[in-house]
Design a protein around this ligand. Structure first.
Ligand code: PMP
Length: 289
């Protein structure tokens, strides 16, 4: 069951008019929220990021955080599975095709849920392959816009060579993955690129850095050069649906010794522990409690 503009319905019955600005211009924003044991994970953080994306495209938030929470809980209840991921999508509505914002047009609001499956165990044991490419996206990558054509094309480069992700480099420095954030490990220090308009502020990225701080794992938030990516001891990928994954090959060369490393093992265990604590009903807050 999905939610579309005030109604719940089976996805097969959900349609939008062809003049929806999401269809015509890609004029909208979205969020992906993991749900564990029927409880949205880090909901406040996701709703805050949604607000940031809406502000970035100058679209008024149609709902309060309480209303979003209520609606998302209804979608979760109407779908099967303890673990789900919610996809939430808002566009600037339906109007005659014209680049200028339409006046007094209600936004289109769409929410769907899909089963959330953990990454395959064998990928956590062997690690995954990634490739690199130059980051040719716009420079508001902090906005989670539905216009994802560059991300789609960049991810496909990885798919074409049976790799998991394309790691993006802009002006000689790491930004992120086509649909993930990327960390590098060198000499037992976890390195993370600083948040900026050049990357999406990942919710999982935040959790990982909070876990590192709370557990005294040496870490630095700073620009990471292409040379540092290529000589990394470990590369880690994070996203809401993939959690934390080890990247053990980059452009067909082994990363470090080519096996998931100690930093991955520690952070993956801490992340699973944190998720479990969160599921037992503690309010979603910071990882350092
Ligand atoms: N960067 C991009 C471009 C993404 O699409 C995603 C996945 N939504 C992320 C980073 C990771 O963000 P999060 O941890 O919030 O899923």
């Amino acid at each position: 069951m999905i939610y579309l503009n005030g109604k719940f319905m089976p996805i097969e019955e959900a349609y939008i008019p062809v003049l929806d600005r999401g269809f015509i211009f890609g004029d909208g924003v979205y969020e992906v929220i993991p749900v564990y044991s029927r409880k949205p994970f880090r909901l406040t953080n996701h709703l805050n990021r949604l607000q940031h994306s809406l502000d970035g495209i100058r679209l008024r938030n149609p709902l309060s955080n309480e209303e979003w929470q209520n609606l998302l809980e209804q979608v979760i209840a109407k779908n099967e599975g303890e673990d789900q991921y919610l996809y939430l999508h808002i566009t600037r509505g339906v109007a005659k095709r014209d680049h200028a914002f339409p006046a007094n047009v209600p936004p289109t609001v769409f929410i769907m849920s899909n089963p959330l499956l953990p990454p395959p165990a064998e990928l956590l044991v062997s690690g995954a392959a990634a490739i690199t490419s130059s980051d040719n996206r716009w420079i508001r990558c902090d906005v989670k816009a539905i216009s994802l054509l560059p991300n789609v094309l960049l991810r496909q480069l990885a798919v074409d060579v049976h790799a998991l992700e394309t790691i993006l480099i802009r002006d000689g420095f790491l930004t992120e993955g086509a649909a993930s954030n990327i960390f590098v490990v060198k000499d037992n220090v976890l390195l993370a690129p600083p948040k900026s308009h050049l990357m999406l502020p990942g919710i999982t990225y935040d959790v990982v850095l909070e876990l590192a701080a709370a557990n005294r794992i040496p870490h630095e938030i700073r620009e990471i050069s292409e040379a540092e990516i290529r000589t990394a001891d470990e590369i880690l990928l994070t996203s809401s649906t993939k959690e934390i994954m080890p990247i053990t090959s980059l452009d067909n060369k082994p990363v470090g010794n080519g096996k998931p490393g100690a930093m991955f093992t520690q952070l993956h265990a801490l992340y699973q522990q944190y998720k479990a604590t969160d599921m037992r009903g503690h309010p979603s807050g910071t990882a350092s409690r």
